[in-house]
Design a protein around this ligand. Structure first.
Ligand SMILES: [Zn+2]
Ligand SMILES: [Zn+2]
Length: 270
């Protein structure tokens, strides 16, 4: 993997209430793996509900920012970015936007963890799946993903097909649903994340699925790479497989971010 420019843009910290380990150990793991850049992107406070097991509190955001800057200062041998993962919840969008603008983030992930108020990726609310015909759930999820892209508030869509997390999959073909959604994403000009954490979930595969990734490529949508590590051992996890999917779909670049400006970087170092 040494001849690839690999980055892990999706690292969490214990501030979110469900991640473990010292920040230094996340960095050391990345250095051991030879990653060129990492970015912390912990969960921004949920504004529609308060749950300390899901995100940091509002008062913690400035401390988080300071912690990452302090880390940058101590590890000049690797480029450390300040990112954040923010939930797309239509009811609180304006408030979210004005809060995000206060901090010097290098990039903002937009995440769909809620479908019409239901936390579908939370194992506590698995019962919700019984209320849906699975194809309708997928249709709704990808509609919301397109909505999130069009807000202009996010740089990257995190784990773009998270709806498959628990392995609920429709029998129907998803191409049309993907295409309708991704045309909106392409028009919005934002990137999507290749996120290896799906391999560690019942879904058993990378987010997004290969057919989704192929359409991204056809539409010229940029990609970033992340492990969604909630502990140091998961930094850079399964990146070999991510790289082979990127190559299989014809991606030659990944997108890097600095102060919310995207820049393509050739994946393969010559
Ligand atoms: Zn998390
Ligand atoms: Zn997430």
């Amino acid at each position: 993997m040494k001849d690839y420019y690999l980055v892990d843009y999706h690292l969490h910290t214990p501030r979110c209430g469900h991640a473990w380990g010292e920040l230094d150990d996340f960095v050391r793991r990345a250095l051991d793996l030879g990653l060129k850049e990492i970015g912390f992107a912990d969960h921004f406070p949920l504004l529609h509900l308060r749950d300390e097991s899901l995100s940091m509190g509002l008062e913690e955001v400035p401390i988080y920012v300071e912690e990452i800057y302090e880390l940058k200062g101590r590890f000049p041998e690797i480029d450390i970015k300040l990112g954040i993962e923010a939930d797309y919840v239509p009811e609180v969008l304006e408030e979210l936007n004005s809060l995000l603008e206060r901090y010097p983030f290098d990039y903002v992930f937009g995440s769909i963890h809620y479908v019409d108020g239901w936390g579908f990726d939370d194992p506590r609310y698995l019962g919700g799946y019984e209320k849906w015909k699975i194809i309708d759930l997928y249709r709704r999820y990808f509609q919301i993903l397109g909505d999130a892209a069009e807000t202009g508030m996010f740089d990257i869509l995190a784990h773009p097909d998270l709806v498959k997390k628990f392995g609920y999959r429709p029998e129907e073909d998803l191409e049309d649903i993907y295409l309708t959604c991704l045309e909106r994403v392409a028009r919005a000009g934002i990137a999507v994340e290749i996120n290896t954490s799906g391999l560690r979930k019942p879904a058993g595969e990378i987010y997004p699925a290969l057919p989704f990734m192929r359409i991204c490529r056809e539409l010229g949508i940029g990609i970033t790479l992340g492990s969604d590590a909630h502990e140091p051992a998961d930094v850079g996890r399964d990146f070999q497989l991510a790289v082979s999917l990127m190559e299989e779909t014809g991606y030659e670049d990944i997108i890097l971010f600095e102060k919310r400006n995207p820049r393509p970087q050739p994946l393969k170092l010559s």
